[in-house]
Every structure is written in structure tokens, then in C-alpha cells.
Design a protein around this ligand. Sequence first.
Ligand SMILES: [Mn+2]
Length: 330
Amino acid sequence: MTNNPYLEIIEHLKKANTVAIYMHINPDGDCVGSSLALYSFLSKVGKNVHCFSASDPAVPKKLQFLPNSKVINKFQALNKYDVSLGVDVGDAGRLGDALYKQYLKGQTKIVIDHHEENKDFADITLRENNAAATTQILYKLMSYWDKDLIDKDIAIALYTGIVTDTGSFSFSNTSTETHQIASELLKYGLDNAEINRRVMKDVSYNVFNLRNRVLNNTKFYNDGKIGIISYKLEDFEKTNTTENDTEGTINIVLNIDSIEIAVSIAEIADKKYKISFRTKHKVSAAACAKTFGGGGHFHAAGCRGYGHFEDVYQKILSVCQEMLDHYDAN
Ligand SMILES: [Mn+2]
């Protein structure tokens, strides 16, 4: 066995006949792109590949333009797979209980991911915290294996992951390697402007209405360094939207020049909340989320909250203020 996780994973996948790919709950462009790129690539080398999502719809509407997006959840699960492969999954909880149980039945359990400090739950983990996207890692894996097998459909899926997780090459995770790989992917003739528009800019009229409601009620603290938006169940009902439609709105608050920490608190059921943190400069969003048992990246992270809205809100606000004080003191 080799110490290079790339080669080790390729070795296992080469020996496998059946491969199950697992996505995290509420899959984003990186997670869906990773699954579909692997689906195409592994199918090309003769593997029987099934992709699973715990979400409904399996692939968010805005990502259904991706080639082969219909294969996700298309196949009945086998009793056993040679390889279970989690993509863009920072910790087991992100798979959801049912998928995690199924994941464990794989002969060899692999994770390919780029989230910060997490408890590893697989036999083989390929984790690169400094990779902007999981698809950036997958491009390297595929290049190690056989670069000639990468085609336009695979390039579109990989590129979409990079665009999503770098905010169109604008976040601090965008490296020279990110640009180099994106540049290689453009050579497959993909429509980068169209992908950027679909993934980063397009919103439905309902989402536009939802944004107007919550942005209008944004609260600011600490001389405008902290901004918090909250979604109540009523906001989703009145605009015919769901928690999945909150994506991206937090960045509008983050973009205010004075802001260091932007927070979004979305009520997703009675006394249950989806919480997101976005930060600039030296404040760690991952540290904020970790206080509540969540995690993520340095500038973008999330967690769940439980209890009465006012209590959850106050707890989040005081954690943000502590983080800010710590940052200001350093
Ligand atoms: Mn990702």
C-alpha cells in the first residue's frame, strides 16, 4: 500500500465493480458536481456507479442543468457495494442517518473532502483543507488515473464545483492551483459565463421576494460589524420558498463594507434552526459554528440550533461578539 491517498484511492476504485457515491444533505454545486463527475468518469472505466442524495429534490433545481443530473437517486440501492465514496462530506452527520447507515455497508469506505478539522469516519480519507472545492481534488485524482478520460461533461461538473465554492473565484480559498485547474477545464469548451450565471446569479422571483422580506429586517450590532438576518417559517410560507432558498442571501449582508460577521438564522421547523456564518478577514466562521456543534470552512460555516428563537438568537449574538472581541484584541 502506498502513502499517497490519491494512488491508494485509485487502486481501490480500480479493483471495485460496484461504487456508491454519497452526497451531503442539501447538496451544493461542489457536491453535485463531484458526484456527477465521478459518475461519468467511473462509468467510462466500466464501473457500476450509483449516486445517492438524502434530499428532495435529489438535486436542487438550479443545478439540474448539469449533464446526467437525473442519475442521482435513479437506482435502487444494492445490499453491498465494493466501495462507498462520500464526496464533499465533512462529517458523517452531513450524510443524514439513512444514507450514513447505507454508507457503512461499503466494503471499503472512502471520503474525498476539503472541510476543516473533522472526525474522520472512513477507511481512507483524502482531505485537503486548502483545496477550494472537492472537484479541484477530483480533477487531480482523475489526472493521476487517466487524464484522457476527462471529457466536456466531466469538465462542466468539475468547473461548477469550483465556481460554487469560490464564489466565482472571489473567495480567499481561490489559489493558483484553482486558476490552473479552471484554465485546464475551460479547454473542454464549456460555457463559463452561462455556468457562472446559473450557479451564482440566477434567482427565482419567489427568492427575490424572500430576500426582500428578510433583508428589510437585518439587525446590526457592534458598530455594524455584525449583521444578522432571520427567516421565520412564515417568511417561507408567504413567498412559497423553502430553507434551500436561503443560499446566497447572507452574502448581501457580508458585502456591506463595515461587516466582519454575517449570520443567517432560518427556522426550518418548530424550535429548529439552520444557522450560517460568513466572515471576512481574521474572524473564523468555523469557530463560530463549532460552538454549536457545527463546522465548515474558515470564512463560511454552519450549524443547527434548537429552542426558542430569542434564546438561540441571543446565544449566537454573544458568540459572534466574543469572536469579534478576540479578533479586535489581536
Ligand atoms: Mn465543497
